[in-house]
Design a protein around this ligand. Structure first.
Ligand code: HAM
Length: 420
């Protein structure tokens, strides 16, 4: 016997019943809401050539610098597991010439993403996202629609106490001006910033604004706000977005410190946070990325999207709502060999009509079969033995309240439909 203990990798988890039913509920709700806005599903591979991610997400981001699962395949090609979905969908959009279709083209996706982060509550190395991407509309109307769709999705799931943080981080025209202002602001206080922020100062000073280290938070008090440096076009875009959000009844706060950890964003960015999560409190985030399709070799195509972190949504739902998990509709307890044979046929027939049916083990006593029905929380138990086989009538029992009766073997399906 081997004494090796096999364990899931750190930061990666098994998702089992009954939790899986909450996952399915979240996925079904999102599919329904996304479809009602005309988003269609796409599935892209979980691995891509590494440069699909490095160019788009940015060489100097935490994701690319520290968190990617990158390896050489057997043909010596550098491959990475996707740390997020947007880059893959853009690669697909350009490769499959989807820009030749009439805009806007709207897609959604779900699946695992991989980031080699330090695992903690709400932060995993394999985590799941439900994401959307809309191509070909410069906004701001569609920006408001996409944000409102996210709101509908979270509301449909019954999530409360969530905050929509919105911001505009400008465009290649105005962001460099703002960047200079930040560099000027932080120049005198570098010794007060953490080592990471000293590095960010040189590579991407905007990221200093969302560092969580206390002394960085203190040092950035009074830093210039990006929204004060937007060019005319970005300012109008942003103020129109806010007015559309008001029109649609989305409550938001403008958070000029909310800069995203991915480099591809232009103009609109947003993040939904929950008061009921710990440090990892973002349940969804996204923004506009008007230059990415072109960078991938496609035509100039504005785009916007977001991704929800499914684990974080599940965490909130587990703590806030009671859940009705599926259970067997019918348990057939059989006594004797002939009844056991008949129970198999009955179960098969009911299953083709869509009922969840469990069959007792006729080698066990009726008492032990009933115990199993109880453990499974089966809604009804049907009992079949020699007598029942002769008469064609079965005894049934509803486990919740012990209601019982008798029924013809041929009427079980109608009985269940009437009572469902
Ligand atoms: P992101 O902010 O990196 O954006 O991730 C989106 C969401 O995924 C986060 O708000 C969080 O809920 C979840 N998430 C991220 N990392 C982890 C982790 N290690 N463990 C658990 N959950 C996590 C993006 O990925 C962009 N692609 C979103 C987007 C789509 N922008 C435009 N289109």
């Amino acid at each position: 016997m081997s004494s090796v203990q096999y364990k899931a990798l750190k930061g990666m988890q098994d998702i089992l019943p009954p939790d899986i039913y909450i996952w399915q509920k979240v996925e079904a709700a999102a599919r329904e809401v996304f479809s009602s806005y005309g988003f269609q599903e796409v599935r892209t591979p979980v691995a891509e050539a590494t440069n699909v991610f490095t160019r788009s997400i940015g060489e100097n981001t935490d994701i690319v610098e520290k968190e990617m699962y990158t390896f050489l395949d057997k043909g010596d090609r550098s491959i990475s597991l996707r740390p997020e979905g947007t880059a893959s969908v853009v690669r697909c959009y350009v490769e499959k010439n989807l820009h030749t279709l009439p805009p806007p083209q709207k897609f959604y996706y779900t699946g695992p993403m991989f980031r080699y982060e330090r695992p903690q509550s709400g932060r995993f190395r394999q985590f799941y996202q439900l994401g959307v991407e809309a191509f070909g509309d410069p906004g701001p109307r569609i920006d408001a629609e996409v944000i409102s769709m996210l709101r509908h999705c979270l509301e449909r799931l019954g999530l409360k106490e969530i905050i929509f943080n919105v911001n505009s981080i400008g465009c290649p025209e105005c962001r460099p001006v703002y960047r200079e202002k930040l560099i000027e602001f932080f120049a005198g206080g570098l010794d007060r910033l953490c080592p990471d922020c000293n590095r960010r100062y040189r590579t991407n000073p905007l990221r200093i604004l969302d560092c969580k280290v206390d002394r960085c938070i203190e040092t950035r008090q009074g830093a210039p706000k990006v929204t004060d440096y937007l060019c005319e076009g970005c300012r109008t875009h942003f103020s129109s977005l806010l007015s559309f959000l008001e029109l649609l009844g989305v409550s938001y706060i403008v958070n000029p410190d909310m800069v995203r950890g991915l480099d591809y964003y232009t103009r609109t960015t947003f993040e939904v946070t929950s008061k009921n999560l710990g440090a990892q409190n973002a349940v969804a985030a996204g923004g506009r990325y008007d230059r990415l399709v072109k960078e991938f070799g496609g035509p100039e195509t504005p785009a916007i999207g977001f991704a929800m972190g499914i684990e974080r949504i599940i965490e909130l739902l587990k703590n806030s709502a009671s859940h009705d998990f599926p259970r067997p509709e019918v348990f057939i307890a059989a006594i004797g060999e002939l009844a056991a044979r008949e129970s198999l046929v009955m179960a098969d027939g009911l299953r083709t009509r869509g009922f969840w049916v469990e069959v007792g083990d006729a080698d066990n006593s009726l008492k032990s079969q009933m115990r199993r029905a109880d453990r499974l929380s089966s809604r009804y138990v049907f009992i079949i033995g020699d007598e029942e086989l002769k008469s064609g009538r079965l005894k049934w029992k509803k486990l919740a309240d012990s209601e019982q009766g008798e029924i013809s073997m041929f009427e079980i399906s109608d009985f269940l439909i009437q009572r469902s």
